[in-house]
Design a protein. Structure first.
Lengths: 493, 493
């Protein structure tokens, strides 16, 4: 209800709002008019805000109707470069591609800011049930997985329904075996299942290693039913020797569950080959581009997505879409004339293996103390359904105006706070204001981190809605007449 | 309209049909009653047909409500055996598994009838674009594909929209190159797209070889958007030297199209490794089981599906479902008491590489001249939506009765003729009567011949509807009081 009240208070911002009221045949009492005027006076520089709002709405609607920059960007990146594993030459080609394209688009200060990072690369990967029901299963190594010898290992499987069940098992039930952890993740619109159901991938390998398992296979952290396993990063914790760690595709995990059930008392033995390796320290980098603002004292708005991807797909929804959406939106602002605030678009390197690009950007630039507002797009390209704010109380009116601009796109105002994602989270955690545009995640984990993360998973109409939302947000925030205040560090959860 | 008229004439068969009429408050004129009596007299042994129809309806409804035999069969086969490539030891394990299971279920005369066949097996397979946009593409070899050297080949790609466009091209545009053929198959309920749009797979390799191509890659004959290519058989025609021939997954074919478009005048070069091989002659076999009939002179009803599968998935919809459905339906008839006619269930070997099992069965048994009616289930496990008949004119009433029994399952009567599929087609072409129960194929080509053909693609409720349809058909046909006549050879198309 609070959200609805706030949105209702922003009608003065809606294009033609007052005009529509004046034309309405229902009686506008003098009392109501007076209230409107008082409300108008309470807004900072209403005439200016009104103009900015009209302009933002027009830019939003133009993006929704006809943006092609985002599609062209993500098509180009995924076609001409393809996969872009962090710290590899493919990611370097992506940076060169992006610099070329951003320069062609007319951005200023286009540059690469490099950093070093440890690089893990995939090797051979195969698995087969040796007995009692011989057959191959499809899996893929998780980030930082240890390796088997080239010829593989063979061991008995032991299955668990959760990390908690594995933890509760005696070490003797695990030692020398290959652990299998299942789960039952369901799709959620806000993607919240990824936290809880991601435990087998994130904690499973460490727990299995500490208990003496020789390897671990988990059900992919995914909501699809295709033979395309979901990779993703994990890190072995203190005291956990790296062991081979892989994700089975969802159909293969279900198959393994059935195999274990039908085997009864017979041991189920698996032969597993996984030969990934740590290749040492290599260079990655962030690509930075700017739309310079007219008022250097008004602060910088930093937005973006990540340029790296996992190696299995072409990184279309994760996160070619995010960089394309934010580039396209910033480009629309640039084309419409110089904004008050500088917009800095960052195409982050090495997000997937652990947010190295975001940490690097923040470490390099924090002392400049110029970033006042941040937001990242890193949840695919389906329709934005919700906006959440972390703005200072003094900027409540700005949040109201932005929410009102987004409502015609079907975007509701959520009850939570914005965290600006992995890459711009460091700025938010240091107190900068943030706005999250949440994409519909219902089908995101069907494709996330799989070979199936390809361009065809992006719906051009929904992509345009994303560009429209980001354009509206940027237009309103970049030219906001008031100061954008620090929002303060987020509370601990 | 003809179909509707025919169905309307069968009300005498519907459980309680006459009783309902009698209870209807609308005036049943003496004239109408007389017509009904005349109609009743025209049917052979109406009292008996009525009883048989009631029994068939009850068996149908029991199957729909609670069949578990089909699910257990297909789960067991796909879990305990998995893929079952024709002529391999996996297919032999499937035969042994089926004999054991059919015997446990109480079938009679359970046996394996072996035959020999040429066997082709998959090897390594990988492809990458070398220039101008280096990246890997996902593909799989087509049946009977030739091989590259172990190190692969590298050549320039040349793309065509159809086999006709390839045929029209001068040989000089093709010689020494890797041909790519695209197409744009859409889903169809009756699966009819598989004929026309299957041309790149079936004819493409032969045409490309004759024109001097060094290899061919085609867009998978499929309607999905997953990185799981669709394999399938093809045979090099006269004068066509076997060349490496593979199917790209649909997303990869679309990617290749974009690569060719964005490359402009720059040549697109591919490195291709495909090392399948012909392994010579090996043994396959049909598994045969029977429900013995009480009247040896009434002829045999032969039904079934195929036990072999492609090697990429576990062959759940193609065709574990078909054998499970026909086994479960025959089992229900057996449990209900001895039918008049023998029901012979055949689990065919080696359908995928070219219908070797069907040809073998027919060649071995044709002289026995005992099969009067045939039907195969080989189009997945989605709901049966249509029945088509190839019955002799003298058996029109039997067709009417079966159609009426199927209508409550939502099955309509189609305008076409039944062909009994690849495996029982030889009997049909020799003149036997046939009935086809057409499954909804809208999503069949999303999974067909891919790694994604796994158990989770079968919906248990739709599987039960299939069993119910086959049970009704068998109950009506096995006990039909009239003679089942030869339908005559089908007309040429």
């Amino acid at each position: 209800m609070t959200a609805v009240t706030r949105v209702a208070a922003t009608f003065g911002w809606k294009k033609g709002g007052l005009a529509i009221l004046a034309n309405t045949p229902s009686p506008a009492t003098p009392r109501r008019m007076k209230k409107l005027i008082l409300l108008a006076l309470a807004l900072p520089s209403l005439a200016s805000a009104q103009t900015i709002g009209d302009r933002a709405a027009a830019l939003r609607d133009a993006a929704l109707a006809s943006d092609t920059v985002a599609w062209d960007f993500v098509e180009g990146l995924t076609t001409e470069v393809g996969q872009r594993l962090a710290g590899t030459e493919a990611e370097a080609r992506a940076r060169a591609w992006a610099v070329r394209r951003l320069t062609e688009l007319g951005f200023s200060n286009v540059r690469i800011e490099t950093f070093d990072m440890p690089v893990w690369v995939r090797g051979e990967e195969s698995a087969e049930i040796v007995s009692p029901f011989p057959q191959r299963l499809v899996l893929t190594a998780l980030g930082n997985s240890g390796a088997t010898p080239a010829g593989g290992i063979e061991a008995e499987l032991v299955g668990f329904d959760s990390v908690a069940a594995l933890e509760a098992a005696p070490d003797s039930a695990v030692r020398g075996r290959i652990v299998f952890i299942d789960h039952n993740m369901m799709p959620t619109q806000d993607g919240s299942g990824y936290g809880q159901f991601g435990a087998p991938r994130r904690q499973g390998p460490t727990v299995a290693s500490r208990k003496g398992a020789v390897a671990i296979v988990v059900r992919s952290i995914g909501t699809d039913h295709h033979r395309n396993p979901h990779t993703g990063v994990q890190s072995f914790g203190q005291g956990a020797r790296p062991i081979p760690a892989a994700a089975l595709s969802v159909p293969d995990a279900e198959q393994l569950r059935r195999i274990l059930a039908r085997a009864g008392d017979r041991p189920v033995r698996m032969h597993l080959v996984l030969t990934p390796r740590q290749t040492g320290t290599h260079q990655s980098g962030n690509v930075v581009a700017e739309v310079p603002g007219s008022d250097p004292g008004a602060g910088v708005i930093a937005i973006g997505g990540h340029l790296d991807s996992w190696d299995l797909g072409t990184g279309a929804i994760d996160d070619g879409a995010g960089v394309a959406i934010t580039v396209a939106a910033a480009h629309r602002i640039m084309q419409a004339g110089r904004p008050r605030r500088t917009i800095r678009v960052v195409l982050f390197g090495a997000e997937e293996p652990g947010g190295f690009g975001g940490d690097s950007l923040f470490a390099r630039h924090r002392s400049e103390n110029d970033v006042v507002l941040v937001g990242e797009s890193d949840f695919g390209a389906d329709r934005v359904w919700r906006v959440e704010f972390s703005l200072a109380p003094a900027n409540a009116a700005l949040a109201d105006r932005i929410a009102a601009l987004l409502a015609p796109l079907g975007i509701l105002r959520g009850p939570g706070a914005a965290d600006a994602g992995t890459d711009l989270g460091p700025y938010r955690r240091a107190g900068a204001a943030a706005i999250d545009l949440n994409q519909d995640g219902t089908r995101y984990f069907d494709y996330h981190h799989t070979p199936d993360d390809t361009l065809d998973k992006i719906d051009p109409a929904q992509l345009r809605q994303n560009v429209a939302a980001w354009t509206a947000l940027l237009a309103a925030a970049a030219d906001a007449p008031e100061r954008i205040e620090p929002a303060g560090a987020p509370p601990a959860r």
